[in-house]
Ligand binder design. Sequence first.
Ligand code: DGJ
Length: 468
Amino acid sequence: MRVRNKYRKPTAFPCNAGSRCSMSAVVWSLVGFLLVLHMYSRFSNINAVNGDIQLRMSNHPLVHELEQVEKENIQIPHRKGKRSPRAAKRRPKRTTTLIDEFLDENSQLRHVFFPDMKTAVNPIKDSGNDSYHYHPGRIWLDTEGNPIQAHGGGMLYDERSNTYYWYGEYKDGPTYHAHKKGAARVDIIGVGCYSSKDLWTWKNEGIVLAAEETNETHDLHKSNVLERPKVIYNENTGKYVMWMHIDDANYTKAAVGIAISDYPTGPFDYLRSQRPHGYDSRDMTIFKDDDGVAYLIYSSEDNSELHIGPLTEDYLDVKPEMQRILVGQHREAPALFKYQGTYYMITSGCTGWAPNEALAHAAESIMGPWETMGNPCIGGNKMFRLATFFAQSTFVIPLPGIPGSYIFMADRWNPADLRDSRYVWLPLIVGGPADRPFEFNFGFPLWPRVSIYWHRKWRLPLSWRASK
Ligand code: DGJ
């Protein structure tokens, strides 16, 4: 896939040294050029969509607060104990990075990445200054006071009940390695579901798709892998349809599973697994477009590329059409959203449970071509931005009423104790200001910028909650 620059190359001045240009042509070209330049800078905050000129949402007062850039000044602690000169000669000291610290259970910075229970967000108790505030990385309690278990999750806004349902991996079991070199894992317990009206206070609706305890040949047998469940509603059949990554403990089955229910709170009936379009499929998501057509997007060919294809009308299967996208880019954890007719996607790199750099991609047609725009993370510090704030994308929630504004949902995995993985929810804004100085090449940006802003603490605008 060709990676197109965000900015177009400057067009060459049409008059070369050998040709004879009249003075007035030069002057008029210059005037025209300056006029275009003026218009561009004047209207650079304006997007033209479907012929309508609309104010970019970052000018919206509700969004200013979400765009505040918060810095982090975390120092890597010095290792205790001096090394002998001989040891230093034998093995030169490796520079410790923040990612090493993040992955080190005994790091002095552990509390920065995984704050303890004392700082937990408790919507039932937290009132006053802290109410409705997200604290990325802190333990988040449900209405019964238990840590929310909905990892690798997705959000369904159910229009029938005006309720948000958060589905995710219920991982409240011991972490172990099935094989010496295998990834850390937790037995399948099932898919957890939580409901909320305000996206902050979450009621546990229980396990809506449970593991199979005895039948070892069943996809959902506890020794297997169930990841990244996502649910959409089918208007034609009246069914809630769940798609998920189904695997064995070694991640060699590489399939998707499908389940259905009459209710958002389940129970879901597991139908089957399949390799979509005949290909291996690991991290995945589903996306329902405005016209009701839903798509499956999955990492394939050993995670080297993504595949995308429409689902059948009942959402229970894939249609034969499929496009390979981001070929050779090795991306996973796809999270899709759409704004003003353009499709966007955030993905992560492939480094197991360890954090890495997110990338934003955009496309005019969902089936592609998709173009890679760059790292959408803003704020924190360089390491925070290069590690997606020590988290991995899972879903992007649209915020109706504040066009261009979304919540970026990500998982801060704790590979030593996966049940203690945290949630990093941050504002994502399309069309926000660039974090780099504008390159003066007199070019035009091809896609509005996608920005995810780091905040230690933030909340949705009051007016958004009031409209619920
Ligand atoms: C990265 C994926 O995004 C996660 O869902 C999970 O499969 C881990 N790899 C396992 O190492």
